[in-house]
Design a protein. Sequence first.
Length: 442
Amino acid sequence: MVRISGQRLCAVAAATLIVATACNDPQSPRLSADLFPQPHPLAVTVTTTGYDIDPDGYTVWVDESQSQPVGANGVVTFAVPAGPHEVALYGVDANCTVSGYNPRWVLDLDTMAGATTFSVSCESRGDLFVSTNTTGVDLDADGYTVTIDGSASQPVATNGNVTFTWVASGSHTVALSGVAGNCTVSGANPQTVTVQSGATASAPFSVSCAPTGSGSGSLAVTTTTTGSNLDTDGYTLTIDGSISQPIATNGSVTYTGPAGNHPVALSGVAANCAVSGANPRTVTVPAGGTGTTIFSVTCSAQLPPAEVIGQGQIGMGAATPPDLVQTFDFEVRADLTGRFSATDYNDIHASGNPASITTDPVADPATSITAYRNSSSACNDPSRGVEFDAVGREDTGTLVSYTVQACDNGPAGSGMDFWSIFIPSEGYGRSGRVTSGDIVKK
């Protein structure tokens, strides 16, 4: 009789071992390593079927003390004492499911080898990017709700986007709800979208809103710009998301239209200038009256240095060992200031911790950004990319030089951005599209 998690396990192996027939017999022998001190084989088989099968396989752990890598379809054998053993399969991608218990208990007796089989089934997966573009007057202030296949939902702003990750490949319905009564969705709602393996499908929704009140009024917009190196060509003013016109750096325009709440945005602001307050903002136009707003802009004497900012991961699934996932977090500028960190959850050290590298000259002066290039051949459009060289400290304490390539190919969650790191002294490199997060080149 062996206790497992507070429960009794009675085992009778009639062909090879005679055990007292009554589990409560105080004379019953215990199936333990003390009776059978010699190690015995414990075979673990893994079979994987389906799509998008993890090419680097999994890791099998026995009793949380022994581990071996195993292929997606493979067998590993452990030498263990007789008795019950806990066997677990790790590194299973999020698009795959293990049948049965994981971890599970396997009984290994002295005259028979222990064995168990993990059956894994995988589905083809991709991402779904949903965007909303809302124009008109009296926009829905609390946004909408996006729902896939009538089950999974996320809130989305009136002019915003959300990404559903790890969506099964195939046809899906995407619905936009919570639309105010004065607003209308153009086109089909719900719409049907096909998700392909490893790719990002898009589902754009266009919404137009009519004024809820009656009458008309005027909207007066003024810009005041102070500082140095003012933007000589002025700005662009956009009202209701669809009506645009130029406005001087210090000027004003008046728009006549229906009474109600109008979204107003100022764009075309130079990099060395900043707009105070909300942008875009909502301005109320009263019937027969005038709604006003002032955009205050301040410009600095010098243009800020070119910069690239990134946070996210490459690889699909959760960032947990030993998944094939690398995460990054950086803010690096052309004046060679900034910080960088990355972690590889597929590179596990003897300590059990994933490998990592950090560059932060403020906290660790031995680390540094050594070069910055404002384009990259790794990008389809090199002008959308940045490369930088740096010296970083690994989690082992070792200082190494490395190169990072980053491509700002699309908005957050689009799955279009690209990131890579290469450490020449170690022959180490990882690269791929950004499956979660965003890279922004400024």
